[in-house]
Write a protein that binds this ligand. Structure first.
Ligand SMILES: [Fe+2]
Length: 333
């Protein structure tokens, strides 16, 4: 019998897995084993550290519910989601608006709204308007494109974090014959990623601030065009440069302007942003999304899911002092 060494064990595992019939599964697992073994050798991983890692991943799994995806959060905070998103974005067949993370707060079966209708039905906050056009890479208007938006309420939390049985601050709009979309909402706030679970514990152990800059998510689709998952990041936010999930990028920063004469709803501050979509390739049909409705991954009754916990008091107080984070609360519309 051969005796394995730290150097020979890797090839032995890959050799045993070489009977895998699915070629992509074979490639991914062989590469994963090579990199995992190299990682263990590089850090000289001890048994105690190995079991700590197992315990951590177990807690991440146990934290997942139909309203919460702790694994997506883990992937987001170590930049893996951003990496997959950036690589995927480079495969578009035409130059178009860049993609951003779908994140762990997207929900399927979002209600439909008429153009200009307010999506914040329960949340309080300062009203803003989002408007612009959905166009092809050549600038042709895309009529009837579906524009899904979702964002935090003015307290910096998504509906799913406070009460998963209701939907608020999210909706689906359609473009008119000239490709125009028009959304009425409230100003989003920068927010802490959920810090009450194992991923939050890791982020705090790393002394990271744990915040995302204020943003509004968009998922835009039109027949024959590649689905665009993106977000607009609000200009002036303190965390545009150090987003805890590495999602913000300069070309997606948008300014909230007062009194823009082009805004179809007068008297309200507004963001004007045109999105362009690339034509869809065969590969796009299989590309998928970097994120999902948590309910698609963990089955169960979403309405009975527990609310997310808040940020630790000391972190919340520090951010409030720095950013005036609570100043968006309780402003009347
Ligand atoms: Fe978000």
């Amino acid at each position: 019998m051969r005796a394995y060494t730290p150097e020979t064990i890797t090839d032995a595992v890959i050799e045993q897995m070489s009977s895998t019939t699915d070629p992509r599964l074979k490639e991914i697992m062989a590469c994963a084993v090579r990199h995992l073994h190299a990682f263990a050798r590089e850090v000289n991983l001890t048994p105690a550290e190995w079991i700590k890692g197992i315990e951590f991943m177990t807690k991440v799994g146990q934290m997942c519910t139909p309203a919460r995806q702790e694994f997506i959060l883990l992937s987001d905070t170590i930049g893996l989601s951003a990496l997959v998103n950036i690589m995927h974005d480079k495969t578009k067949v035409e130059a178009a608006t860049s993609a951003s993370l779908l994140g762990p707060f997207f929900r399927e079966n979002t209600p439909k709204f008429a153009p200009g209708e307010q999506i914040a039905k329960q949340a309080d906050g300062a009203e803003i308007v989002l408007f612009g056009r959905i166009v092809s890479a050549k600038g042709e208007p895309l009529a009837g494109a579906q524009v899904t938006v979702w964002q935090t309420a003015a307290d910096g939390r998504y509906d799913i974090q406070t009460d998963a049985s209701t939907m608020d601050c999210r909706g689906i709009f359609s473009t008119d014959h000239e490709g125009n979309y028009l959304v009425r909402t409230v100003r989003p706030l920068g927010y802490y990623i959920p810090l009450d679970g194992p991923v939050g514990g890791l982020v705090q152990a790393q002394r990271r601030h744990g915040m995302r800059p204020a943003h509004i998510h968009f998922l835009i689709s039109a027949p024959g065009y590649r689905e665009l998952t993106t977000a607009l990041y609000i200009a002036g936010d303190d965390h545009l440069e150090d987003d805890v999930v590495f999602g913000a990028s300069g070309d997606l920063v948008a300014e909230i302007k007062a009194g823009d004469p082009a805004c179809p709803i007068s008297g309200l501050p507004s963001i004007r942003f045109d999105f362009s979509l690339s034509r869809e390739s065969m590969a796009d049909k299989l590309g998928g999304r970097v994120g999902a409705d948590p309910g698609q991954i963990t089955a169960g009754d979403v309405s009975t899911a527990k609310p997310y916990g808040g940020a630790p008091a000391d972190m919340a107080a520090e951010a409030a002092g720095k950013k005036g984070i609570l100043s968006g609360l309780f402003r009347s519309r």
